[in-house]
Design a binder for this molecule. Structure first.
Ligand code: TXA
Ligand code: MG
Length: 335
């Protein structure tokens, strides 16, 4: 299959492909998603196959608005309405009970909940509105690889496996949406993103918990995707917690440095590096691109990436970086 790259005036082609049960990747403000008609079981199963994704890791359902969502939710509680009013369209995914029989089991992985997302992207909004049906929307990467922030990243991973990619340029945020579970008594953030638990708490006027990895109680995992290796380039990644510790790392062709401009500018200029930009927002935007960049340079055998403790996006950034690094930090020299 030849994978077409579609421009914004070719949305009708994308709609036709989706109607026929083909796969089409689409832009969002976070990362690119891999779309298929959510009501078409065969198309949904093809998404798992294209990504190489385990079948027990459910898919997000991407809608054009809350009205479309309500066709597939068992009920829409008041707190969901409040969050939708404040944050949709935007980088917040909301978990509700699914309306039984409204979606193929392959979408929810057999769970009784479903994750709804309404991206802030005019192309994708128009695409779903024209289709009149929701599309599933996992990140459009091969399973375990960093999420794609450009159409070229999607092409790299999925060329020949999907019908088309709608090219909306580089994504704005660069890390996936916040996921909040509203199917439980106390709302809980299952995946951190740009919208923080504090921001949710402010709108809801009630406590919002943060999943610190312990929310998985007995039986069915709460956020199935969290248990898999993720965002991992071929070379091992190490987190550098203190910028000054970059100086203790040996410089050679096999070693790559990923840090903010002001940190890189203090290191010898012959090092192999990728700039995270000027601040933590830019770093969030570029993290996945950095990991992919060195994946295409097989001479690189270890990647050192700057960690952060401050900034609104910090929890989301460190969550992804920790997964990419498998929790490995550069051992700091005794100070
Ligand atoms: O920003 C985003 O959310 C992007 C863009 C493309 O919309 N999508 C995305 O999808 O990150 P994905 O599939 O890569 O990550 C969704 C996560 C997975 O970890 C999955 O396990 C979890 O959401 N998830 C989906 N449905 C769920 C459910 N019913 N219960 C618990 N977790 C669920
Ligand atoms: Mg993903």
């Amino acid at each position: 299959m030849e994978t077409q790259i579609l421009k914004k005036d070719q949305l009708d082609t994308a709609v036709e492909f989706l109607r026929k049960g083909e796969l089409v990747a689409f832009p969002t403000e976070t990362v690119y998603g891999l779309g298929a008609l959510a009501t078409d079981e065969r198309a949904v199963k093809a998404v798992y196959a294209a990504k190489g994704r385990p079948s027990d890791n459910p898919l997000i359902v991407t809608v054009s608005d809350a009205a479309m969502m309500s066709r597939f939710a068992r009920e829409v509680p008041d707190r969901a309405k409040k969050l939708i009013d404040s944050f949709w369209p935007g980088p917040l995914t909301i978990l509700l009970f699914v309306k039984p029989g409204s979606l193929p089991e392959a979408v929810t992985g057999g769970l009784d909940t479903v994750a709804f997302r309404c991206p802030d992207d005019s192309l994708t909004h128009e695409l779903i509105a024209k289709l009149g049906e929701p599309i599933v929307g996992p990140s459009a990467n091969t399973s375990t690889k960093p999420s794609p922030t450009t159409a070229q990243h999607v092409f790299h991973d999925l060329k020949g496996k999907i019908a088309a990619i709608v090219d909306g340029g580089q994504t704005e945020i660069g890390l996936e949406s916040t996921i909040v579970d509203l199917s439980v008594k106390t709302p809980i953030v299952l995946r951190p993103g740009e919208i923080t638990p504090e921001a949710l708490q402010k709108v809801l006027g009630e406590t919002v918990l943060m999943n610190n990895g312990q929310a998985q109680t007995s039986g069915v995992p709460k956020a199935p995707g969290m248990k898999y290796r993720h965002y991992a380039p071929a070379a091992p990644v190490f987190i550098v917690d203190h910028p000054e510790d970059f100086k203790q790392i040996k410089f050679d062709d096999q070693t790559a440095f990923v840090a903010l401009d002001d940190v890189l500018s203090r290191l010898p200029n012959k090092i192999q590096s990728f700039s995270l930009g000027k601040n933590t927002d830019e770093a969030a935007h570029r993290l996945f691109e950095a990991l992919r960049y060195f994946d295409d340079r097989p001479q690189v055998k270890q990647i050192y990436v700057q960690g952060f403790t401050h900034g609104k996006i910090c929890a989301a950034y460190m969550n992804r970086l920790n997964k990419a690094a498998g929790g490995h930090h550069l051992e700091p020299r005794v100070r």
